[in-house]
Design a protein around this ligand. Structure first.
Ligand SMILES: CSCCC(=O)C(=O)COP(=O)(O)O
Ligand SMILES: [Zn+2]
Length: 218
């Protein structure tokens, strides 16, 4: 028997996504309708709420959120289209314990994804903000994976699934953006804010003194 979504849990997911969307939009993090967000409702079978495709993230309407399954198919009759990147969200839910995923395009995440693409990851170390990713060891050194921005979205989703590092709650797509996640909306937002803070710092340091010293202590 198909899983039945209750009005109350659907409304909770819509409210959560709208709340984050508007907060992050006000920081300039969803320019030109870019980005998408999702919130998991059920694990097995997987069902989640996700933003509809191509919409202005700065406004809230009753057409902003759709409920989909693991295959990115709407589970209710709708004329709306789920985000074009729904299969990437599905992969992240299948490969991690994420309960909420946020995807944004920013100048800073595009910059680091391009500069470090050949290494395959952005190296993060010597920054207090790493602790906001819930990584508390001394001298923590983490690698945020970067994948090619495949035009074929099925291929992009497949490669995203392969590249996920379970101990790092984020994945960059070259010259595209970042997906960051957490067990709930609070954690997902904290993680994306931490990544963006560190990417901005890194960009500024690279502009200031080049990439020369970034890998020195490896
Ligand atoms: C306008 S940016 C190109 C599409 C994209 O990368 C994105 O994040 C938004 O896609 P969606 O289908 O979720 O609107
Ligand atoms: Zn995108």
């Amino acid at each position: 028997m198909p899983y039945r979504l209750y009005q109350e849990e659907k409304q909770k997911a819509v409210n959560i996504l709208n709340d984050i969307k508007v907060k992050l939009y006000s920081r300039g993090w969803f320019p030109a309708t870019s980005g998408n967000l999702s919130y998991k409702l059920h694990d097995d079978p997987l069902y989640f709420a996700i933003t509809s495709s191509g919409r202005d993230k700065g406004t809230v309407t009753h057409e902003d959120v759709i409920f989909v399954d693991k295959e990115a198919k709407p589970i209710e009759k709708t004329k709306l289209k789920p985000s074009a990147e729904t299969k990437i969200h599905s992969q992240i839910y299948q490969k991690t314990d994420a309960g909420c995923i946020i995807h944004i395009h920013t100048v800073n995440n595009n910059f680091v994804s391009s500069v470090f693409f050949d290494e395959g990851f952005v190296p993060l170390k010597d920054m207090e903000m790493i602790k906001a990713l819930d990584i508390w060891e001394e001298n923590a050194y983490i690698k945020v994976p970067i994948i090619e921005n495949f035009f074929d979205l099925d291929k992009l989703a497949e490669e995203a699934g392969k590249a996920i590092n379970p101990s790092v709650p984020g994945l960059l797509v070259k010259n595209h953006g970042i997906y960051a996640w957490g067990k709930d909306e609070f954690e997902a937002k904290r993680h994306i804010e931490a990544f963006e803070f560190m990417f901005e710092h890194m960009k500024n340091m690279i502009i200031f003194r080049g990439t020369k010293n970034i890998f020195q202590e490896e």
